[in-house]
Design a protein around this ligand. Structure first.
Ligand code: SF4
Length: 332
C-alpha cells in the first residue's frame, strides 16, 4: 500500500482548546476541565488556515473543548480567519458559559461582528450530566434575539431532557431510571456516536467482545485514516487523521506522502491495521487483554500502553495528555 497522503481537504474544524467545562462520556477528544488551559494562538490559526486553503478547504467550524471559555483567545482566532478569508460555518458550544441574557447577547453580538452567523449548541443526555438544560434554552433564546442561527445538536433530545427539573444536571443513570433499561445503550445509535475516544471506553463493557486472535486475523489497513471529508486540526498544529483521536500528523507534513520513518505507527495502521501496531507494541513489552470490543478498542489499548507504560516519545501519539484525559469522568 502507498503511504498515507492527505493532499485534499473538504470540510473540517479547528479544535481551539481541549479543556472544557464538561467531561462528557461520549467525547471523542477526551475533553475535560482538567486539561491544561491552553488555547490556539493567532500564529497557529494562520498556519492552519494557509494549509487548509492550499489543500482546497476554505471554511471551517470551531470546536473544542469549549471554545467560549477563553473569549480573548476565540476573538484572536476569529480575527485570523477573517484576515485569511476563511468562512466560519459555526462555533460549537455547550452553553455552560451562559450567565445572564445581557451577558450572552453581548457575546453573541460580538461573535456576529467577527463573522459567526451560527452556533452549534449541544443538547444531549451526555451534556446534561454537566450543563443544565436551562442554560441551553436561555442561550437559544438569546441567539434568536440577536439573530444568530442555532444548529441544535441534537434537537431530538430536547423534550426528553425537559422531563426533569431543568435548572439542575442529571446523570445518565437518572435518565436510564426515567426512560427504562437499555436507554444508555440505545443512545449510542440515536446519537450516531463515533465509537472512538471516551465514547468507546464508556461503551466497551456494554459491547460484545472478540478474542484478540480473531481481531488480529481480521486486521486490514485502516482506510479510515485517509478520510478527509470531515477533518480536525488542533491548537498544537496537529491534523487528526480520520476520527482517530490521539493520532496526529503535523500540519506541515500534509500534502505529501508520509515518511514511514517519521510516521511508523500511522504507516503500520494504514497498511496493516491494528495488527501492524500490535507488532510494534509487542516488541516494547505490550501484554494484551484476552478480548476487545472492536479493533479501535485494541488500538486504543496499544496506544495507551506505548504512551503511558513504554513512555514512547512519538510525534504520532499526540496530544500526550489525551491518553490520560480520555479516562476522566468515566466512573461517575
Ligand atoms: S483501529 Fe485505530 S487507526 Fe484504525 S480506525 Fe480504529 S482508531 Fe483508527
Amino acid at each position: 500500500m502507498q503511504p498515507l497522503n492527505i493532499d485534499r481537504l473538504y470540510s473540517g474544524g479547528l479544535i481551539a482548546n481541549y479543556y472544557c467545562s464538561a467531561s462528557c462520556k461520549h467525547c471523542l477528544y477526551g475533553s475535560s476541565p482538567s486539561w491544561p488551559k491552553e488555547y490556539m494562538t493567532a500564529n497557529t490559526a494562520a498556519q492552519l488556515c494557509r494549509t487548509m486553503k492550499t489543500l482546497g478547504c476554505h471554511s471551517v467550524h470551531i470546536g473544542g473543548g469549549e471554545p467560549l471559555l477563553n473569549w480573548q483567545g476565540l476573538r484572536a482566532v476569529l480575527d485570523v480567519l477573517q484576515q485569511e478569508d476563511v468562512t466560519v460555518e459555526y462555533v460549537e458550544t455547550n452553553a455552560s458559559w451562559y450567565r445572564t441574557e445581557a451577558q450572552a447577547r453581548t457575546v453573541l453580538s460580538q461573535l456576529k461582528q467577527l463573522g459567526v452567523s451560527t452556533l452549534l449548541i449541544s443538547i444531549s443526555p451526555f451534556h446534561n450530566e454537566c450543563v443544565p438544560l436551562d442554560k441551553v434554552t436561555k442561550l437559544i433564546r438569546a441567539c434568536q434575539a440577536e439573530k444568530v442561527l442555532v444548529f441544535p445538536w441534537q434537537e431530538q433530545f430536547f423534550d426528553e431532557l425537559a422531563a426533569k427539573p431543568t435548572d439542575e444536571v442529571h446523570t445518565l443513570k437518572e435518565w436510564e431510571a426515567e426512560y427504562g433499561r437499555g436507554y444508555t445503550q440505545k443512545l449510542r445509535h440515536r446519537f450516531g456516536l463515533t465509537m472512538r475516544g471516551r465514547a468507546l471506553l464508556f461503551y466497551e463493557s456494554m459491547l460484545p467482545h472478540k478474542p484478540i486472535d480473531e481481531l488480529l486475523r481480521e486486521s486490514h489497513g485502516c482506510t479510515e485514516l485517509a478520510q478527509n471529508g470531515h477533518f480536525h486540526m488542533d491548537l498544537f498544529g496537529h491534523y487528526q487523521p480520520g476520527s482517530c483521536s490521539g493520532l496526529a500528523v503535523a500540519v506541515s507534513d500534509l500534502g505529501f506522502p508520509l515518511d514511514p520513518k517519521q510516521y511508523p505507527i500511522i504507516t503500520a495502521l494504514y497498511g496493516q491495521g491494528v495488527r501492524g501496531l500490535f507488532e510494534i507494541a509487542i516488541k516494547l513489552g505490550f501484554r494484551a487483554q484476552a478480548t476487545y470490543a472492536t479493533k479501535c478498542h485494541l488500538c486504543m489499548d496499544l496506544r495507551r500502553y506505548l504512551v503511558q507504560e513504554a513512555d514512547l516519545d512519538s510525534i504520532e501519539l499526540e496530544p500526550r495528555e489525551y491518553y490520560e484525559q480520555v479516562y476522566v469522568g468515566l466512573r461517575s
